[in-house]
Design a protein around this ligand. Structure first.
Ligand SMILES: Nc1ncnc2c1ncn2[C@@H]1O[C@H](COP(=O)(O)OP(=O)(O)OP(=O)(O)O)[C@@H](O)[C@H]1O
Length: 387
């Protein structure tokens, strides 16, 4: 059970950093992992207590320790789920009548616990791909194979959830809507009450639970959709532009949430998310698919093994910002073999032959005293396809 011990230790360590908001989220994740009403109730009681005792840090620390140890005892005995393939997409093509646009052919797979980022400029087929994957659009070629048990198309819709960019409005309070969602999935009585409270807190919505649709900002509406999704316990989540209406901090929080929820050891979830926020998505996704005019330009691995997939002869591409003008920059960089220099929106993009290293570039910056306010090596980033 070493895997769980490492996973648990990472969460427990948050206590040492007094990172209580994140710790609470992770405690809720672990509680949901138990799939046991006894633990749902304990965590829901903790939420009620916290609401009245927010400043009692010493007691918070004690209570968090107790619940964490409790969760360790139950989860360390639970079987870790072996991750399975969820979806196999083979040479998928989707065209529209009276439109020159065609998506694909595109092939890829997705498994439990995996996050795929879908990037591309406006109108390049991200939404078309997501809608084709969930069966909302009839594809014109190839196949989409769902590799999980399902009884009928209604059951498919509970196991595979598609959240579009614009979601429908709803009546009543956020809390009553989520209670209704849970009840329509057979979660009733005490379990409904506690589970909904946990999911609300998990998505940072506790202070908003009595508000209605009109009173929520678009970022919170999206969190509501994510809470609803969690209650439905899907295998696969397809989500269109979840970061669109969020400020940068909220984007990072939501991406962390996706990662933690997708990578659960006991209830792993496959996620395909589309976004224009390239770097944020690259940091979170295991793979990035970049679409240009409907065609996949690359499937880039962005996880820790990314370097394994870097081509040996790939050029070095550096994105940077400096208050130096183009001419002196060009002159300086030429000395280490600059192939091309572009200036877009105040950001330089310099391309060097593969033999030039990032260290050589940085050394030159130091030696020539070039001012540098921002720097990123994008040689292995999907960003290079936007050039
Ligand atoms: N129902 C439709 N009939 C005809 N063409 C369509 C239809 N829906 C989408 N398209 C076209 O398909 C192309 C891809 O659109 P899609 O919405 O998939 O792109 P996207 O990458 O999601 O864009 P955005 O980032 O703007 O949401 C566009 O050229 C669009 O005009």
């Amino acid at each position: 059970m070493q895997l769980f011990d490492t996973y648990y230790k990472e969460i427990y360590n948050l206590l040492e950093y007094d990172d209580y908001p994140n710790l609470l989220k992770r405690i809720i994740d672990l509680t949901l992992d138990t799939e046991d009403l006894v633990y749902y109730k304990k965590a829901a009681d903790l939420l009620d207590w916290l609401e009245l005792n927010q400043n009692n840090i010493d007691e918070i620390n004690v209570r968090f320790k107790v619940i964490l140890e409790d969760l360790y005892n139950v989860l360390s005995k639970k079987e870790i789920k072996k991750r399975k393939y969820l979806l196999e997409v083979n040479e998928l093509v989707k065209g529209y009548p009276n439109s020159a646009f065609a998506l694909g052919p595109i092939s890829f797979t997705i498994s439990e616990g995996e996050i795929i980022g879908l990037v591309g400029e406006n109108g390049n087929g991200k939404t078309t791909l997501l809608r084709s994957l969930c069966g909302e659009l009839a594809i014109t070629g190839g196949s989409v194979k769902y590799i999980f048990e399902r009884e009928n198309s209604y059951d498919l819709r509970t196991k595979l959830i598609y959240i579009p960019q614009r979601t429908k409005d709803w009546h009543g309070s956020l809390l009553s809507n989520l209670q209704f969602t849970a009840s329509s999935y057979g979660i009733l009585g005490e379990e409904n009450e506690h589970l909904v409270q946990l999911v609300i807190a998990r998505m940072g919505l506790r202070g908003y639970r009595h508000l209605n649709w009109k009173s929520l900002s678009s970022g919170y509406k999206m969190r509501f959709e994510l809470a609803r999704m969690l209650l439905r316990k899907p295998h696969l989540l397809l989500i269109d532009e979840p970061l669109a209406n969020l400020d940068i901090l909220a984007q990072q929080v939501v991406l962390d949430d996706f990662r933690n929820i997708a990578k659960s050891l006991f209830r792993p979830l496959g996620v395909v998310l589309s976004s224009q926020q390239l770097y944020e998505v690259e940091k979170t996704s295991d793979r990035v698919i970049f679409l240009k005019q409907g065609k996949p330009q690359s499937v880039t691995n962005t996880g820790s093994d990314a370097s394994l997939h870097m081509e040996d002869d790939a050029e070095l591409i550096i994105e940077f910002e400096s208050d130096w003008g183009q001419e002196p920059i060009r002159e300086a960089l030429t000395s280490i073999g600059l192939l091309n220099l572009q200036l877009k929106g105040g950001t330089y993009i310099a391309i060097f032959p593969s033999v030039v290293s990032q260290e050589q570039f940085l050394q030159l910056i130091i030696d020539k005293h070039i001012s540098l306010t921002y720097f990123r090596n994008i040689s292995n980033s999907t960003r290079r396809f936007f050039l």
